[in-house]
Write a protein of this length. Structure first.
Length: 371
């Protein structure tokens, strides 16, 4: 029996990029400019370009990115924002941070993202925005969601925290709505060595407002013209992200290769593999589903393969969301009860992918043997 995971779920320590990261850190220390400095300005320009947007505004976290985007668009108390019940809870908490109320529409069982028909049904006179989540790196059905938003005169803010470089029917995610929020938490496809986030937009006036709001509402030092917050992407993390950003396209290609290999190797396996509904999927995670999730995870753990659950509790069922309107989301309930994620990261080898897939197939055989 293997006592420690031979195939860990992820690798977070720098690899081939270690030298570039060290150079970036040394550069910031030598310059002595750590907040709102040249590294941040350079990263904002580079990330905007990579993401297909005109502007990027660096902030402290992906959660802050969502909350600040909503606030900059005038969304707050008394307003409702429709979002997904299957995600990290931070997407809904960010709506609450802006003072608005999250309203949950159920998910599509194929994409595992917002079901547009459920979004349409959730619109009320208080609805002002939709916050689709591009979950696991798979874009939501933005064409249909955009049509709903247009019909009801709603704003779209995209939660692209798991979807760096993803495309929705050929359009860069984060650029389809008024703004897109990204996280650079260390586990993300583009990760910092700490908390970090950014907002992208094609609206110059919105970008300028976001820059004020992230810095206490200042127009210049000690002159606060509006109620802002303190959530600035620091120059150290910006420099680290600059070192890693050129590698992101290659990492994304490798994630897609691994996902394709999994899909082929898991044919006939005793798990449900959610389909790829858009080739712009960037595979932040590779979820599968099993009605016997606990047993499947235990089986894989015995074989030295680490898995995680994303996510075990639907957001509307979180105690922190007890004040939100009641939501009936049976699809999200079902998925939260049976989904788990297999290892997928750019350092994973083909042999390791094959070993994981073989282990999943062996769960069926082990089950048949009563083990």
């Amino acid at each position: 029996m293997t006592t420690a995971p031979a195939i860990p779920f992820m690798h977070l320590t720098p690899g081939a990029d270690a030298g570039a990261i060290r150079d970036a850190i040394d550069r910031v220390i030598a310059r002595g400019w750590f907040i709102l400095g040249p590294e941040l300005a350079a990263f904002e320009a580079e990330f905007a370009s990579a993401s297909g947007a005109a502007h990027a505004v660096g902030v402290g976290t992906g959660t802050d990115a969502i909350a600040l985007a909503l606030r900059a668009l005038g969304i707050g108390p008394g307003d409702e924002v429709i979002t997904a019940p299957l995600s990290a809870a931070y997407s809904a908490l960010a709506i609450m941070m802006a003072g608005a109320t999250p309203v949950f529409a159920d998910i599509d069982l194929d994409r595992l993202t917002l079901d547009p028909s459920q979004v349409d049904a959730a619109v009320t006179p208080r609805t002002v925005a939709i916050l689709p989540v591009h979950l696991y790196g798979q874009p939501a059905d933005m064409t249909t969601i955009q049509a709903i938003a247009t019909r009801h005169n709603l704003v779209i803010v995209e939660d692209a925290c798991q979807a760096h470089l993803a495309m929705s029917e050929g359009r860069p995610v984060g650029t389809i709505g008024a703004a897109g929020a990204f996280s650079f938490y260390p586990t993300k496809n583009l990760g910092a060595l700490g908390d970090a986030g950014a907002i992208i937009t094609n609206d110059a006036a919105l970008a300028e407002k976001l820059k004020r709001l992230r810095n206490g509402g200042q127009t210049d030092r000690y002159h606060h013209v509006e109620f802002g917050v303190n959530t600035r992407l620091d120059d150290m993390q910006a420099a680290i992200l600059r070192a890693r950003l050129p590698l992101l396209p290659g990492w994304t290609t490798r994630r897609r290769e691994i996902a394709g290999r999994y899909r082929a190797a898991l044919a006939g396996a005793p798990v449900i593999v959610p389909p790829e509904r858009d080739p712009g999927h960037v595979y932040h995670l590779f979820p599968v589903r099993s009605a016997r999730r606990a047993q499947a995870q235990a089986h894989l753990r015995r074989l030295g393969i680490e898995t995680l659950i994303h996510y075990p509790v639907p957001i509307p069922r979180q105690p922190a969301l007890a004040g939100a309107p009641a939501a009936v989301c049976p699809n999200a309930d079902q998925v939260c009860g049976d989904v788990f994620s297999l290892p997928l990261h750019p350092a994973l080898t083909d042999a390791e992918v094959d070993r994981v897939a073989d282990a999943v197939h062996r769960f069926s055989a082990a089950d048949a043997d009563g083990r």
